[in-house]
Write a protein that binds this ligand. Structure first.
Ligand SMILES: [Zn+2]
Length: 195
């Protein structure tokens, strides 16, 4: 699995042009069919799409190219999930957040619980990413709680990313830096998150 830009035409051009690197061995990925269709719930409405599959010319491994607007095994786009996390850290309950975003309350509660459980891991990962992206970065100050610190670390890493690579919404950067695994059970995606 590899996180790529949400513009499918651009991904296609990069894939055909040999510009995408294998997440396992950094070899060159080439086209290898498509994964099954999926529906991603976005702020702008439902998005039906078929992720591209790619095969590495080096290690022969195959990978699904997941758009950066997605997280692994989540139907809602990362910016919707991120908006819920921001409201949660600001003190709003999961029911009003769910009503505002038009998402089932149980789904939002699941995201927020998972984020709470993983917040120390998330804080540590994004702090490492921020320093990796910007070695001049000063210490990241505590925002007052573990979840607030995790959100602050995401923001700091996002700013460092933008300074280095140009404008990109922070939650999409978050998807890239965790290889889609921000809320996944498996921590290996967080451990190997790379840009
Ligand atoms: Zn490979």
């Amino acid at each position: 699995m590899k996180i790529v830009c949400a513009e499918q035409a651009l991904v296609e051009a990069e894939l055909v042009g040999g510009l995408l690197a294998c997440p396992s061995c950094q070899g060159t990925l080439g086209p290898w069919g498509h994964a099954r269709e999926r529906v991603t719930r976005r702020f702008l409405g439902d998005w039906r799409w078929r992720p591209r599959r790619a095969r590495c010319r080096g290690c022969r491994g195959t990978h699904v190219l997941l758009a950066e607007v997605c997280l692994l095994r989540r139907q809602d786009e990362v910016e919707v999930i991120g908006a819920a996390i921001e409201a949660h850290v600001a003190g709003e309950g999961h029911r009003p957040i769910a009503a505002r975003l038009g998402v089932p309350a149980g789904t939002v509660r699941g995201w927020l619980r998972r984020f709470d459980q993983r917040s120390e891991l998330v804080r540590a990962l994004f702090t490492r990413c921020a320093v990796g992206l910007d070695p001049e970065l000063g210490p990241v100050l505590s925002a007052g709680s573990v979840v607030a610190d995790a959100l602050e670390a995401i923001a700091v890493a996002g700013r460092a990313w933008v300074l280095r690579f140009g404008p990109c919404p922070v939650w999409r950067i978050c998807s890239r830096l965790t290889a889609g695994g921000l809320l996944s059970c498996n921590t290996s995606s967080l451990a190997t998150g790379a840009w």
